[in-house]
Design a protein around this ligand. Structure first.
Ligand code: 2HA
Ligand code: ZN
Length: 268
């Protein structure tokens, strides 16, 4: 068996955390990543070391394994010290416990946002069985935009689509938006998962964003595209707007690229 650090999925996981830190999306212990492992990837980890209670019923994922960032851990350190900062665990049959297979080596446990992550996985898998990755972070411009733009799904999606030609092609379903809510709770998990049935991107008002995808690259790329659009918005919102991509042009784009966009988010 190859050394874990040589496995591509594992390297990509560490590199994703490292890139997110470098981009300023994950200050201190901000942000978390969870990835549903394939049966082959599961085989890279050993027998259960200890059991960690899960604060909700995760029985819909019983028997499945996840690689997840640890609570209180800094993204800055993931690549250098993965065994302390990450954990791989299997969801026990009863759905109430995580059987730790590897990691959290200083006695730690999974992110406090596990409810939002696992509930989002359940929601995404119910619409697309290939969806394996959920990422949460605090991207600077997306967060800044939350303070000066209405937190309305249609309005925020529409503004983001206008900020760069690629946007409607990358996230044609738009962006789901939740109001400010207490994080780390089952309630925010339930609300996030409800949005995840319709969107791969969910903004947590004045907190950050969730992105889901088949791969780490896809989930990361969705957030990266929103963050770039939000940056352009923040660079231009206080200036007179002279040019704009018109709604009929956004529709033409979506049609040319064959993406099924959320038509009610345009005013045609
Ligand atoms: O755990 O980002 O939302 C760090 C966070 C909480
Ligand atoms: Zn957060």
């Amino acid at each position: 068996m190859k050394e874990l650090r040589e496995e591509r999925f594992f390297r990509e996981f560490c590199d994703t955390a490292d890139n997110m830190y470098r981009l300023g999306w994950d200050e201190r212990n901000g942000g978390n990543i969870s990835m549903l492992l394939t049966r082959e990837e599961e085989g890279c980890f050993g027998a259960p070391i200890r059991t960690i209670p899960i604060p909700f019923d995760a029985s819909a994922l019983a028997g499945r394994c996840f690689l997840v960032t640890g609570t209180g851990k800094y993204f800055k350190n993931v690549k250098k010290y993965p065994e302390e900062n990450l954990g791989a665990f299997r969801i026990a049959k009863d759905g109430k416990n995580a059987e730790l297979l590897w990691g959290y080596s200083d006695g730690g446990k999974f992110t406090s946002e596990l409810p939002a992550h696992l509930m989002s996985h359940i929601a995404r898998l119910s619409v697309d069985s290939a969806q394996r990755v959920v990422i949460h972070c605090h991207p600077t411009h997306t967060l800044a935009m939350n303070y000066v733009h209405e937190l309305d799904e249609k309005k925020i999606s529409h503004t983001l689509w206008q900020m760069s030609t690629e946007c409607i092609v990358v996230f044609p379903e738009g962006v789901g938006v939740l109001p400010w809510m207490l994080c780390g709770t089952n309630e925010i998990g339930i609300a996030t998962a409800e949005k995840m049935k319709k969107f791969r991107l969910v903004i947590w008002g004045m907190h950050g964003i969730y992105g889901a995808g088949d791969t780490l690259d896809e989930a990361f790329g969705l957030i990266e595209t929103v963050e770039k659009a939000a940056q352009i918005y923040m660079l231009t919102a206080h200036l007179p707007r002279i040019n704009t991509i018109k709604d009929e042009e956004l529709a033409r784009l979506a049609e040319a690229f064959g993406v099924n966009y959320r038509k009610e988010f345009l005013d045609l």
